[in-house]
Design a protein around this ligand. Structure first.
Ligand SMILES: Cc1cc2nc3c(=O)[nH]c(=O)nc-3n(C[C@H](O)[C@H](O)[C@H](O)COP(=O)(O)OP(=O)(O)OC[C@H]3O[C@@H](n4cnc5c(N)ncnc54)[C@H](O)[C@@H]3O)c2cc1C
Length: 464
């Protein structure tokens, strides 16, 4: 593995050397973007999200250790009251000048009901894996990383990939919701059923989910396979792979004509744990190629094929919770839309073509996934399965083109935005995309008539 990483970075250095030939010099990395002050004029402490694109100076910070304390705080704390999980969303869902509440003191598996786990919403996915595995159980699927809190995942409809696998909220069979009136509502398909369908994906706008009951699966070992091939081949085989493999996703790499594919399938073979990821080395090569050859797409593609086209495949066998998520040390900003399956790959081709025509500064791979349908009112997967397309920008790079160039393509193909990732849709756009939009707004008004939970971002989103 180390030699593979060395080979990749040495390869990039090779590009520098070849390019040098007296003609090119390595382009210096961009400076860090400016950081807001750690204290504001009122001596309030800075809060920032993971990518650094959102920040706030909350008037109060709350970390309740019981459900009753959560409900009390929702009733009495300075508004807007916003709950934060791991701060991994890219949109302005969390920032508040009022009270910022974390559920970090409410974590772990509260109890089991048969094979369903009742989990405190502050639990991070990375901690939930081993806790479920102790009982031989697992979450059916995981997102690309496991740093998120369970509450945060339900807040934005966080998902992984797999034609038959739902987003995380699709496996929630009941939840408890603390509201601004100080009540705690038990919600499932029979009790408070409308609140249940609204709260499963609710942007922290109905109250605070304190616990959720999760359906689990047997904790099986999975075989992970990662390989690079021509993008054209991936596109031709993608539908078949989604049908055949438990999990399939791919990353289309702009300016290379290549794609990296990842499959996971159940196996009884003995574990052969995964080596440390080479993803950051791969990204570094792509960044260097961008820096050195952006003036010539032809040269960039030729160099990329030479360096990356023959990358060795990766194989590993281990329990799913150890394999399905990855470490992402390189920060980025991201837009992701969820499209009808029929337009999924056509939209992707347009996105790649648009980037290659207009944005030579882009080097991050584009992530492409499939997600099964569910019925939550604000689920992007409500009403049918969806294919997702996610475009990433290095945190030092300009990302306005996501709105001006990429979003129009994804919208034209019927996409719904990921609630936690960059988009500029507002109430009227969203009402046209979600049949239950008004039902959700009714429940929101009933539970929070004075808008104690609404920050400016949510007011604009809901048209309040
Ligand atoms: C590196 C990286 C990789 C990612 N990979 C994926 C991926 O593979 N798939 C995917 O779908 N997304 C992915 N995301 C997005 C991420 O999963 C979502 O934005 C998720 O909401 C973040 O969880 P969090 O705990 O950080 O929540 P936060 O960002 O802190 O909060 C998100 C929303 O949930 C609300 N919320 C939090 N807790 C509660 C609660 N207890 N009750 C009610 N509302 C609550 C908040 O108020 C807010 O509205 C990724 C993000 C990053 C930075």
């Amino acid at each position: 593995m180390i030699s593979r990483r060395r080979a990749l970075t040495a390869g990039a250095a090779g590009v520098v050397a070849t390019g040098a030939g007296g003609l090119f010099v390595a382009v210096r990395d961009k400076p860090e973007p400016p950081s807001p002050p750690s204290l504001n004029a009122d001596k309030r402490v800075l809060w920032r999200n993971w990518s650094g694109v959102e920040h706030a100076y909350p008037a109060a910070r709350l970390a309740p250790s019981s459900e009753d304390a959560v409900a009390d705080a929702l009733k009495t704390a300075v508004a807007p009251v916003r709950v934060v999980g791991a701060g991994h969303s890219f949109t302005g869902l969390v920032p508040t000048s009022g009270a910022l509440m974390t559920l970090d003191n409410l974590y772990g598996v509260a109890r089991w009901e048969g094979d369903e786990a009742v989990v405190w919403a502050g639990t991070r996915l990375g901690a939930l894996g081993p806790a479920l595995a102790e009982r031989g159980r697992a979450m059916a699927n995981l997102p690309d990383i496991n740093k998120q809190s369970l509450g945060g995942c339900l807040g934005t409809a966080t998902h992984g990939t797999g034609k038959a696998l739902k987003a995380i909220h699709g496996d929630v069979t009941a939840l408890r919701l603390a509201t601004v009136s100080g009540e705690i509502l038990d919600c499932d398909a029979n009790q408070n059923a409308d609140v249940f369908q609204a709260a499963k994906v609710s942007l922290g706008a109905l109250g605070v989910i304190t616990q959720a009951r999760l359906a689990t699966t047997a904790n099986r070992r999975l075989h992970r396979h990662v390989w690079v091939e021509p993008l054209e081949e991936t596109l031709a085989k993608a539908e078949g792979r989604w049908s055949r493999h438990r999990n399939f996703e791919f990353y289309a790499v702009p300016f290379t004509d290549l794609a990296a594919s990842i499959t996971h399938d159940e196996t009884d073979a003995p574990a052969t744990p995964r080596a440390a990821s080479t993803d950051d080395a791969f990204l570094e090569v792509l960044k260097q190629l961008r820096n050195l050859t952006r003036f010539s797409t032809l040269l960039r593609k030729a160099a990329a094929k030479a360096l990356l086209g023959s990358a060795e495949p990766e194989e590993a066998i281990d329990e799913g919770w150890k394999l399905l998520s990855t470490e992402r040390p390189v920060r980025f900003n991201e837009m992701e839309f969820h499209l009808p399956v029929a337009t999924h790959l056509a939209a992707l081709k347009e996105v790649v073509a648009a980037i290659e025509a207009e944005r030579p500064d882009v080097f991050f791979p584009i992530e492409v996934r499939r997600i099964a349908a569910d019925e939550a009112w604000l689920s992007p997967f409500q009403g049918g399965p969806r294919g997702s397309i996610a475009v990433h920008c290095h945190y030092k790079d300009e990302y306005d083109f996501l709105f001006s160039l990429i979003q129009p393509i994804l919208r034209k193909h019927g996409g719904r935005p990921h609630w936690g990732k960059l988009h500029s849709l507002k109430a009227a756009d969203l009402a046209a995309l979600y049949p239950d939009w008004n039902a959700f707004l009714d429940v929101r008004r009933r539970l929070d008539p004075e808008g104690r939970l609404l920050n400016p971002y949510l007011k604009a989103l809901f048209g309040v």
